[in-house]
Design a protein around this ligand. Structure first.
Ligand SMILES: [Zn+2]
Length: 188
């Protein structure tokens, strides 16, 4: 994709899926988002819905802009939470923390649990696995170390590509970082 910033990403999806005038259903959620951040051109936030807290995301997909929400109708991002997120970002961009592109060096430098979490959360599983592969650890070795199948890791990478940041993957990424520091010939 040629688009390069979160604002353009959000404008694109708004134009493709919704109206510039916000729907009444979505309106109630604008201003309700929390844990809101931008990362690698994507826009992420959580919102309290009718059945719990939902993670709402808009990010560059493989071909077009993708969106997803953890509510029961939001997998493909056509729910009013996603519509609300698009409007919320355009209206209140300052409430979204811009998370920088962290690297493995930032992981090594992180000393507090909070810092480790925010750095590791921002890394893509695909990127961490790739880094391991460049450091003499193949996918089979990674899978065996973690007691999962290679297929499982591949499916998680695919899921990440479809959904953007997945908080459930943070522990797995942390395990990859540990492997990298232990076995990485170039160091982490
Ligand atoms: Zn939703």
């Amino acid at each position: 994709m040629t688009t390069s910033n979160p604002k353009e990403i959000v404008e694109q999806i708004l134009q493709a899926r919704w109206h510039s005038t916000i729907s009444g259903k979505a309106q109630t959620y604008v201003g309700q988002f929390f844990d809101a951040f931008t990362l690698r051109q994507g826009v992420y936030a959580k919102v309290q819905g009718n059945h719990g807290i939902y993670r709402v995301s808009i990010f560059p997909g493989n071909k077009n802009v993708s969106a997803t929400c953890s509510c029961y109708i939001g997998k493909s991002g056509y729910c009013h939470h996603c519509e609300a997120l698009a409007h919320a970002f355009l209206l209140y961009p300052e409430t979204f923390t811009a998370i920088p592109k962290y690297t493995m060096a930032d992981v090594s430098a992180a000393t507090t649990p909070e810092r480790i979490h925010s750095v590791v959360r921002s890394l893509a599983l695909a990127a961490v696995i790739e880094e391991l592969e460049q450091n003499n650890m193949n996918l089979k070795g990674i899978a065996v170390s973690m007691g999962v199948s290679e297929q499982k890791i591949r499916s998680l990478i695919k899921k990440e590509r479809q959904q953007g940041i997945i908080d459930d993957l943070t522990p797995l990424k942390l395990a990859c970082v540990w492997l990298l520091q232990k076995f990485g010939s170039r160091g982490a």
